[in-house]
Design a protein around this ligand. Structure first.
Ligand code: FES
Length: 199
């Protein structure tokens, strides 16, 4: 009987061991599946569109979304900010977005956007690649006495307006890049894919 008890205990142990081995085996068996997922994860990091919820974005606010490993700013511009945009034109290097590489064709307009109130920009300074700071305050700043809100690069003092257009007399040569994007509905922006008609 005692022997039987040992045997039963051993059987239970073996059963438990087998279960563990089975679980480990399942773990190993899962590896090929995980591996088969990796390329698509890499593909996503390399370029798949990113969906951002903009429903909580208040006028004057900015949110940052990562796309292709880069920060992308989404800004909700106020009516006052929009009004000041055309007034910046004489101070800008490329007010009409003539440098084609800096935006998709759908954004070659006075607000460089699909909807005037929503600005979408790759937040990489076109000088040497620093991330510009969002400076929405309208009024004199230490770096610009006529500041109408925009982006200021702390690395070498480049300035961009609230459409990402570069000011004259700064090291950055071109406007900030507008990525392809579209609005699948009123609450989201899909970054990385342009509107169907603009594709
Ligand atoms: S990297 Fe922005 S001004 Fe040089």
């Amino acid at each position: 009987m005692a022997n039987q008890g040992v045997n039963q205990g051993r059987r239970r142990f073996l059963t438990a061991s087998t279960a563990v081995v089975g679980a480990v085996g399942a773990g190993f068996a899962a590896v090929p599946f995980i591996k088969s997922w990796l390329p698509s994860a890499r593909a996503e990091a390399a370029g798949a569109p990113v969906l951002a919820d903009i429903s909580k974005l208040e006028p004057g606010q900015k949110m940052t979304v990562e796309w292709r490993g880069k920060p992308v700013f989404v800004v909700k511009r106020t009516p006052e900010m929009l009004e000041l945009l055309p007034k910046q034109d004489p101070r800008l290097r490329d007010p009409n977005s003539d440098v084609e590489s800096q935006q998709p064709s759908f954004a070659k307009n006075p607000t460089r956007s699909l909807k005037p109130e929503i600005m979408v920009l790759v937040a990489i300074c076109t000088h040497l690649g620093c991330v510009p700071e969002f400076k929405p305050e309208i009024g004199p700043q230490p770096f610009d006495h006529e500041w109408a809100g925009g982006f200021y690069c702390p690395c070498h003092k480049s300035r961009f307006d609230l459409a990402g257009r570069v000011y004259q007399g700064v090291p950055a040569p071109t406007n900030l890049v507008v990525p392809p994007y579209r609005f699948p509905d009123d609450h989201h922006v899909l970054i990385g894919e342009g509107p169907k008609e603009a594709a």
